[in-house]
Design a protein around this ligand. Structure first.
Ligand SMILES: Nc1ncnc2c1ncn2[C@@H]1O[C@H](COP(=O)(O)OP(=O)(O)OP(=O)(O)O)[C@@H](O)[C@H]1O
Ligand SMILES: [Mg+2]
Length: 251
């Protein structure tokens, strides 16, 4: 393995709205404060909004790269939060209906950024679209965000199942968001039993749990990162422990 291969991690979820974008941006900031060189890719090819959460207006986006209007390097924007961003495009049908070979080629290109970045976090669209599945399959790991909500858990199981059936890949690790430690352990046990029992696969490990945090939406609404404005809050402390795990992952 090339020593400069970056650690590409896709943040995915079966159900929407479980906290992927805010998790990704805050994790990127925490990793950067630990010395990581981090790129966030807004991989939501339908309704991208990482730039909106950060209140940035990037000059170029993933859509421009895929349409050959600029290079990957030219489309990347520095942010004031210690990491770089490759923005997506919202409501762009060309991206929403992206041909998979084009996306696969572009994911390969991401690997060439190993000289520049130690970690690349891809914020994928919720669900089991072919695009999200390919992003997961071509990453070193997929961090699967779920909440204790039964629908979120069922959809997380569906993502693990379809990723295995369509790509032969079982690389997910679970992050339980908006959960107490007890809820996280209970819900993870249910998911692990389903994966072992129905799919006969080694269950995805539970690698982190982030509590419900009252500061989270407060920060999001003011386009700030909770990790920056409330660094000592329980949610951010949980992100910091998980950051140590993310940094130790091998490409
Ligand atoms: N640990 C948490 N505690 C409290 N609120 C949270 C937490 N994590 C996320 N949220 C809130 O959940 C909402 C949805 O978050 P976010 O937009 O990051 O989800 P998403 O998974 O990216 O959604 P989508 O699937 O639409 O892309 C936001 O208002 C955010 O503030
Ligand atoms: Mg999102």
């Amino acid at each position: 393995m090339n020593v400069h291969t970056p650690n590409i991690i896709t943040v995915a979820s079966g159900k929407g709205g479980v906290g992927k974008t805010s998790f990704t941006l805050n994790m990127a900031h925490v990793l950067a404060t630990h010395g990581g060189k981090v790129l966030v890719v807004d991989g939501d090819t339908g309704l991208a909004n990482a730039d909106v959460q950060l209140n940035l207006t990037p000059k170029a986006s993933l859509a421009d790269v895929l349409a050959h209007r600029c290079t990957l390097a030219e489309a990347i924007t520095p942010t004031p939060h210690g990491f770089h961003l490759l923005a997506g495009s919202s409501g762009h049908m060309g991206l929403a209906t992206l041909a998979l070979p084009t996306l696969a080629g572009w994911m390969n290109e991401l690997h060439s950024l190993g000289e520049t970045y130690s970690t690349i976090l891809v914020d994928a669209a919720a669900g089991i679209s072919p695009t999200t599945l390919l992003m997961c399959a071509q990453s070193s790991r997929a961090l699967l965000l779920t909440t204790p909500d039964p629908a979120s858990l069922t959809d997380a199981y569906a993502l693990i199942k379809v990723l295995w059936q369509q790509h032969g890949v079982n690389n997910t690790q679970v992050v339980m968001n908006q959960a107490t430690a007890r809820e996280a352990a209970q819900v993870h046990t249910r998911l692990a039993k389903a994966v072992e029992g129905f799919l006969q696969l080694p269950p995805p490990p539970l690698v982190g749990q982030v509590p419900q945090c009252k500061y989270w939406s407060q920060a999001v609404r003011s386009h700030q990162l909770v990790a920056q404005v409330f660094p000592k809050s329980p949610g951010v402390e949980a992100l910091s422990s998980l950051a140590r795990h993310v940094m130790a992952l091998k490409p």
